[in-house]
Ligand binder design. Structure first.
Ligand code: KIV
Length: 264
């Protein structure tokens, strides 16, 4: 069944957890859609786990539109959310609306995600008012890594926790349909989730969020450069790829591939 932003809000109301993952290409998008994942995020995490950049800051709007177009073309049931990259929504609300619109019009996304709270509230409201569903993102904001100086757990101090509570309320008032909570203490995530009518989707935010999201390359063991504590590895695909490709390399070198059955 086709999932919409309304479906996710209804899921929260009836206590059904939302399962979300990232995808950047056709193969992954088709598999995730086939298994019934609720939401596919074309995340700017592609900058690190797909392109191998050090941060997501280098990811451009054109790159995000390219990957979002590929994913959305092959998804029938999951809700497809395109991640607005650094500098695609900060300059002015007008530019942000124009860029958000490109995700829907040119790339086939059904919603966009923006990192930030009160500071970007007028922009979020303008995008929502233009008829574009928005997913918020609070807590650890990878696009602001240079401002915060790293990827440590956020909102541990009472001051920062209070700001996050306020930001979540403001985003809900602006009309976002859901909020990603990244790398914050689980009790705060619980409190925020219980205080909102829209669903929270956690990553490193504990079990009490209304849903969970992981970067697919992390949980499949495809990306090995670092491994956050909150990632559960469901497979070790890099190891398997290494083994399989080594076997092929050796077969070719030894003249064992192709066999007669694999020849004409
Ligand atoms: O870019 C991304 O994949 C994300 C998730 C970590 C939520 O923002």
């Amino acid at each position: 069944m086709k999932k919409t932003t309304a479906t996710l809000v209804e899921m929260k109301a009836r206590g059904e957890k939302i399962a979300a993952l990232t995808a950047y290409d056709y193969v992954m998008a088709a598999i995730l859609d086939e298994i019934g994942i609720d939401l596919i995020l074309v995340g700017d995490s592609l900058g690190t786990v797909f392109a191998g950049y050090q941060t997501t800051v280098q990811v451009t709007l054109e790159q995000m539109l390219y990957h979002t177009r590929i994913v959305s073309q092959h998804v029938k049931n999951a809700l497809v959310v395109g991640d607005m990259p650094f500098m695609s929504f900060q300059i002015s609300p007008d530019e942000a609306v124009r860029n958000a619109g490109r995700f829907l019009q040119e790339a086939g996304a059904e919603a966009v995600k923006l990192e930030g709270g009160e500071e970007i509230a007028p922009t979020v409201k303008r995008i929502v008012d233009a008829g574009i569903p928005v997913m918020g993102h609070l807590g650890l904001l990878p696009q602001s890594v240079h401002k915060f100086g790293g990827y440590a757990v956020r909102a541990r101090s009472s001051q920062e926790a209070e700001k996050l509570r306020k930001d979540a309320k403001i985003l809900q008032e602006c009309g976002v349909f859901s909020i990603v909570l990244e790398k914050i203490p689980r009790q705060l995530a619980r409190e925020v989730s219980e205080s909102l009518t829209i669903p929270t989707v956690g990553i490193g935010a504990g079990p009490h969020c209304d849903g969970q999201i992981l970067v697919t390359h992390d949980m499949l063991g495809l990306f090995e450069r670092f491994r956050p504590r909150f990632v559960r590895r469901y497979a070790e695909l890099s190891k398997q790829i290494r083994q399989a490709c080594t076997a092929y390399l050796q077969d070719v070198k030894r003249g064992k591939f192709p066999s007669l059955e694999e020849s004409f």
